[in-house]
Design a protein around this ligand. Sequence first.
Ligand SMILES: [Zn+2]
Length: 99
Amino acid sequence: MKKLADMLVEKVDEYASQMRKCPFCGCEIGITICDDEGNEKHLDYLDDPYSGIAFKFNHDNGGCILCDFNEISPIYSDENDDFDKALSQLVADWNGGAE
Ligand SMILES: [Zn+2]
């Protein structure tokens, strides 16, 4: 059986590849794994995700006006740990806002 961390990294990559580039600086937008409070987490946290699993935008291209948005990125999680649901919402929100 695959580890949760491996499964999530694959999922995050898959969804991140569907995200449009930043309309201001053209950089790629990533997805960061965090806990339910939005604290960024290392992958080993996923061995024991005591504070929940959620996702945030990751847009860190110094100098872009949208970078501040990264600071206030909404936190995407699902109470049933339906990661596909949380991630597709994140991607839909970003792509919708980037049009
Ligand atoms: Zn940008």
